[in-house]
Design a protein around this ligand. Structure first.
Ligand code: FAD
Length: 362
């Protein structure tokens, strides 16, 4: 979907693309394929805040139960589950050099970011099988399709959840220009971080003043869509000399041909590449107990997503603050379910976030 942020004061008025996967599998069908759990201390913090069932000890067995780790079962990994996790099928000298430099700067080498302590530098593991993406639709939905009690309807846009009093009774959908209503004993809404608050607000559950402005009957005045937290990714592109990057490889037709051949013959090389290959988790200052910075390092560079790679050798190090303090919102802009909601992350709106951003690229 072609969503965008509201122009952001913290980004000098720029609006960024906000990609969403409008497809079976949602964003897992378009995302970076990186298999990354959160840090144990962050889950435990959620538990402290009152999210019972979200502590590290609670979620670890669930991660393991759904996992099919390439190296088999162990203390931190599961085997035989639906969610395939593999090593990447590539190595780049320039990324190995970056890892060595990170180690020299005090970031330890790691072979596994999913042990509860993410600190370190190493290659990410990916949700792939033999070099092909594994989305949640492939992993979880496809094997269940033969169940007699499951029907998947696509090309339907949910307008709102219907209610009898305070009980959800179904959904109103838009299908080929017509409104239809589906009734249900139970409704589970899982339309993602933007779609879910949007549908709830359209259904009358959200900030009362906003809904009244939109002419929507308020079923429940609630802060749905407030407290949006997003991790701004700051991309630094660096020209290099004396090393190989993807920029040079795709510059000529024969380079592209070789990449295609490598993929066709071995399902490896750049065409099997997740958007980010090497990662590093680090602390922005000695004041933090666990890493608050996540770096993605890529053997390529470009001006903006969707554009061609630069025609000079270069690499990209992008970094985000894992625990931003800035808070924003998602708010409907019209009672029309097809109208894009306002997405306002309020990036870099606190002094602490500005400091962490500056330290992350210093
Ligand atoms: C560019 C990008 C890269 C990412 N990279 C990674 C990564 O490498 N590793 C990782 O772990 N995570 C990554 N993520 C995050 C990860 O993909 C999401 O956390 C995850 O997909 C969220 O799942 P979800 O089911 O909550 O929502 P979504 O994946 O957003 O799914 C929501 C679904 O609801 C549907 N929907 C929404 N509104 C309506 C409506 N009104 N009517 C009908 N259907 C509707 C959507 O079409 C979609 O199918 C990335 C995300 C993005 C956008």
């Amino acid at each position: 979907m072609g969503l965008q942020n509201r122009p952001e004061a913290g980004l000098n008025g720029r609006a960024l693309l906000y990609p969403r996967g409008r497809v079976l599998g949602g964003c897992s069908s378009i995302n970076g394929m990186l298999y990354l759990r959160g840090q144990a201390a962050d889950y435990d913090h959620w538990r402290q805040l009152g999210c019972t069932g979200w502590g590290a000890d609670d979620v670890w067995p669930l991660f393991k139960a759904s996992e099919d780790y390439f190296d088999g079962a162990s203390e931190h990994h599961g085997a035989g589950g639906e969610w395939r996790v593999e090593k990447q099928r590539l190595r780049w000298e320039i990324l190995d050099d970056f890892a060595r430099a990170a180690e020299a700067a005090g970031i330890p080498a790691t072979d596994d970011f999913n042990t509860g302590n993410n600190e370190g530098v190493g290659y990410f593991k990916v949700n792939q099988r033999g070099g092909w993406r594994v989305s949640t639709a492939k992993a979880f939905l496809r094997p269940a399709l033969k169940r007699p009690n499951l029907t998947v309807l696509t090309d339907r846009h949910v307008r709102r959840v219907t209610f009898e009093g305070r009980r959800a009774t179904g959904v109103e959908i838009l299908h080929q220009g017509r409104n239809e209503t589906l009734t249900a004993r139970e409704v589970i809404l899982s339309a993602g971080a933007i779609g879910t608050p949007q549908i709830l607000q359209l259904s009358g559950i959200g900030p009362g003043a906003l809904l009244q402005r939109m002419g929507i009957e308020v079923l429940r005045d609630a802060a749905v869509g407030e407290n949006l937290q997003d991790h701004l990714q700051i991309r630094g592109a660096w020209k290099i000399s004396g090393g190989k990057t993807l920029n040079q490889m795709v510059k000529h037709w024969w380079g592209k041909g070789l990449i295609g051949l490598q993929y066709a013959l071995t399902r490896s090389g750049p065409m099997s590449m997740a958007p980010s290959q090497l990662g590093a988790f680090a602390k922005s200052s000695p004041d933090v107990a666990t890493p608050d910075l996540e770096y993605h390092v890529q053997p390529l560079s470009l001006e903006a997503f969707g554009e061609n790679l630069h025609d000079f050798p270069a690499m990209t190090t992008s970094v985000c603050n894992l625990r931003p303090e800035s808070r924003g919102h998602v708010r409907i802009t019209a009672p029309d379910p097809l109208a894009h909601p306002e997405i306002a992350p309020n990036y870099l709106s606190t002094t602490s976030d500005q400091l962490v951003a500056a330290r992350s690229i210093a």
